[in-house]
Unconditional design. Structure first.
Length: 475
């Protein structure tokens, strides 16, 4: 059933209908569409535009429809254009012409973006909760390895030894920034557009602030033209998801590398690995690879929506219908990836001995020699030069730094004595980096504690918002 037949001599051509149709993907907005219709009904009723008894029967029918949508007994039909027309068909089938009364003072232009905002808020909360769970898994895993050392890398070359707990815990910082971004996003996403009409507002005595409150929005539109055109909240959500995707992809890369035979640091659990159809010995870290690979589509969805929005004239244009599939796809992708990565992290074990043995190799303690000299008031540039000479000496004679003799040290630099060997140990190097955020186990333990508290407070805020949202949806 089309919502706009009056001035046309016939129905749309098949190709037009096929291209216009969005109900096969926007049907998932149905619960939000019904809920916003209930809010709209309330203002139409309280302003006397719909009679009380008509309003009561529309309300009953909407609630019935809502249950039928939920249990699948009411579905979109092939001839429905979009979710709004399908639901209006459902309503008129129950009520006759009265079912069309809700269209007063409302256009699909303000309706669709209201629905999409509700959808986005609901699903963003779900993603946020999954991120707090992922962060808990990261921090729990990090706690297990606070006292274990491993080489830290720059340029994938041994740089300085680090606490392996520090190495794992860094990911929680990235996801915590994502949670902050999500938290901030609500300000701009939780804005009601209902009452903006097609673009100019309404001549009917509606109360957009009332509907906004009824739907649990934090605020209401300030400009009706902007209200029907604004999809910043979609683009921003997609940016947040793309960034989460980037963070997941970097975990994926790390896990794949660490699980390789060459590294052999990570033992990914069987239930988070897959085999090969031809090579019976293979155990592949496919979850890590998919986490890395899926980031491509998350970025693609962001680019698709931003490209669609670029240069788009205000107010509503049909191009805007293209906002939904990328958004839905990014939500769906993360709903799949986040639990898999969380499980993969929780169940991976690391080879402490292998990492500890590797920690001092590659002359990763060379900086300690430079710092030792700096503590003896040697300018860092000269200290750096001297430490470099020690490395060269070791390389040419196949030794480690602590194996140089006192005479050799003294030849490299007069202030370099055998006392330097005390700092040429991994534990000495780690424990000396005691500043906040550094790799000393004591600092790492503190860092993890603060991150966990921060994560708990995010989780609490999200749970409160989810509770309020589900109460609003059920009202
Ligand atoms: N299906 C449309 C969309 O998703 C609904 C709005 C249609 N509005 C219009 N003026 N044709 O954007």
């Amino acid at each position: 059933m089309a919502l706009w037949g009056g001035r046309f001599s016939g129905g749309p051509a098949d190709a037009v209908f096929a291209l216009s149709r969005s109900v096969h993907f926007d049907w998932r907005l149905a619960p939000y569409d019904i809920r916003s219709s209930l809010a709209h009904l309330l203002v139409l009723e309280s302003s006397g535009l719909i009679k009380k008894d008509d309003a009561a029967s529309i309300r009953t029918a909407l609630k019935q429809l809502s249950a039928e949508v939920l249990n699948g007994s009411f579905k979109a039909a092939d001839h429905d254009e979009d979710v709004h027309s399908a639901l209006e068909r459902g309503l008129t089938q129950k009520l006759g012409p009265v079912g069309g009364a809700l269209r007063a003072g409302r256009s699909r232009n303000d309706q669709v973006t209201t629905d999409l905002r509700l959808f986005a808020i609901d699903h963003m909360l779900e993603i946020a909760l999954l991120i707090t769970k992922l962060n808990s898994a990261i921090l729990a895993k990090a706690s297990e390895y606070i006292d274990d050392s491993a080489p830290g890398f720059t340029h994938i070359q041994h740089a300085q030894p680090v606490s392996f707990g520090h190495e794992i815990a860094k990911h929680a910082q990235a996801f915590s920034r994502d949670l902050d971004r999500i938290n901030d996003w609500f300000k701009r996403a939780s804005v009601s557009s209902l009452g903006a009409g097609a673009l100019a507002g309404s001549s009917l005595p509606l109360d957009p602030a009332f509907t906004a409150k009824n739907l649990g929005f934090e605020s209401v539109f300030a400009n009706s033209i902007d209200a029907v055109s604004d999809r910043d909240y979609v683009a921003e959500a997609l940016f947040i998801f793309a960034t989460i995707g980037l963070h997941l992809s970097r975990i994926g890369e790390e896990w794949s590398l660490w699980a390789s035979t060459e590294f052999a640091w990570a033992k990914v659990a069987d239930e988070y690995s897959t085999g090969s159809s031809i090579m019976p010995q293979k155990k592949n870290p496919d979850m890590a690879e998919l986490a890395r690979g899926k980031s491509g589509r998350l970025i693609g969805n962001l680019v698709a929506v931003m490209t669609m929005l670029k240069g788009l004239p205000f107010a509503y244009n049909r191009d805007l219908q293209e906002d939904k599939e990328p958004l839905f796809d990014s939500f769906d992708t993360l709903l799949l990836v986040l639990p898999a990565v969380t499980g993969m992290i929780s169940t991976t074990d690391f080879d402490r001995e292998k990492m500890a043995l590797a920690a001092p190799t590659g002359f990763s303690l060379a900086t300690e020699i430079a710092d030792y000299l700096v503590r003896k008031n040697i300018p860092f540039a000269s200290a750096h030069e001297a430490a470099g000479k020690c490395v060269a000496l070791c390389e040419s004679s196949g030794r480690q730094l602590h194996q140089l003799t006192d005479i050799e040290f003294a030849e490299v630099h007069p202030s370099l004595d055998g006392g330097v060997r005390e700092v040429l140990t991994v534990s000495g190097a780690l424990n000396s980096r005691i500043t906040a955020g550094g790799t000393a186990p004591a600092s790492v333990a503190e860092q993890i504690k603060v991150a966990q508290l921060n994560n708990d407070s995010h989780a609490k805020k999200i749970a409160d918002k989810q509770q309020a949202f589900s109460e609003m949806m059920g009202a």
